[in-house]
Write a protein that binds this ligand. Structure first.
Ligand code: C2E
Ligand code: MG
Ligand code: MG
Ligand code: MG
Length: 285
């Protein structure tokens, strides 16, 4: 009896895996057509400088407007795009759209805004990655100084000399490099002293815990102080409360990003935020 139940359980498990694989294949297939069908779009989240309490740039984040697959999270979307290799085309599309939008904002008079774009490891590893970025900057008439590329800590950790050389090339071009989700990869900050990076983005999980966990506070303080000694700026992700801002400000964190300022929104709503003079009051309150 027990054996039979066990057998059934495995069969049930297999069916679930089978179903999951079929769904992934459907998603992959739909994603393959997403660009040409105009289903992908970008939302932007403001990044605020804590010294001036003003928005200095935005992070571009992908969204997919699809009848059946709306509920798929951006993280899952990216994962499927990576597994299928679609990330190369999708990533290029994201970069182009983000730069086009930033150019529009510059033309509207917000000419100091930068845009930060997430780059997946597979995309970064493409042999023509640097020349691709260069040609899209030219195509969109955006100066490289207004582009920041976000590479996750886990990706950066596995960087051998060849990848490091690529990063240096990008930096020489004037592009800024940020390490995303910093603190989750268990790498030492000392390791990053030989990296040509500009910004560390402190992972949301630590910011979340500021008023619940003393360890999180210590980790954040340590990251900020060490970053300062090697001249790297820090951005705190996922800031949701004034208390968090207060702590981050006291510790000398440079920039913040999070729902407290704004959720990722469409470009029109970002323009409203650019104009909003009350923003500084919101942060200081
Ligand atoms: P990420 O790059 O770390 O982006 C920040 C994520 O945190 C975004 O989730 C954003 O909506 C969320 N977030 C921002 N502030 C807060 C906050 O105060 N509270 C909370 N709870 N969440 C906040 P999103 O848009 O779902 O993106 C998830 C991840 O998907 C991104 O994390 C990034 O790793 C990846 N991703 C998104 N767009 C792209 C893309 O165009 N290319 C690549 N390669 N990855 C992307
Ligand atoms: Mg990011
Ligand atoms: Mg991040
Ligand atoms: Mg993150």
């Amino acid at each position: 009896q027990a054996k039979k139940q066990g057998g059934n359980r495995y069969q049930f498990f297999d069916q679930n895996i089978d179903r999951a694989i079929k769904i992934e294949q459907k998603v992959e297939n739909a994603l393959f057509h997403a660009i040409e069908k105009n289903e992908l779009y970008l939302v932007f989240q403001p990044i605020v400088d804590l010294k001036t309490n003003t928005i200095i740039g935005t992070e571009a984040l992908i969204r997919w407007d699809h009848d059946y697959f709306k509920q798929i999270t951006p993280l899952k979307l990216i994962e499927i795009a990576e597994q299928s290799g679609l990330i190369v085309d999708i990533g290029k599309w994201v970069l182009r759209e983000a730069l086009k939008q930033n150019k529009k904002w510059h033309d509207l008079g917000y000419s100091s805004m930068f845009v930060s774009v997430n780059i997946s490891a597979i995309q970064f590893d493409q042999p023509n990655f640097v020349s691709m970025v260069k040609s899209i900057l030219e195509e969109t008439s955006m100066s490289p100084e207004f582009l920041e590329l976000e590479v996750t800590e886990t990706n950066a950790m596995t960087m051998v000399d060849e990848k490091l050389a690529k990063m240096s090339k990008l930096k020489e071009m004037g592009i800024r490099i940020a390490i995303d989700d910093f603190g989750t990869g268990y790498s030492s900050l000392a390791y990053f002293t030989r990296f040509p990076i500009n910004t560390l983005k402190i992972d949301r999980s630590f910011v979340n815990e500021i008023y619940h966990d003393e360890n999180a506070k210590t980790i954040i303080t340590t990251i900020i102080n060490m970053a300062k000694t090697i001249n790297i700026a820090t951005t705190a992700e996922g800031v949701e409360t004034f208390d968090q801002v207060k702590f981050l400000e006291e510790q000398g964190c440079d920039k913040i990003q999070g729902f407290l300022i704004s959720r990722p929104v469409n470009p029109e709503d970002i323009e409203e935020l650019f104009k909003n003079k009350e923003l500084s009051k919101r942060i200081e309150a």
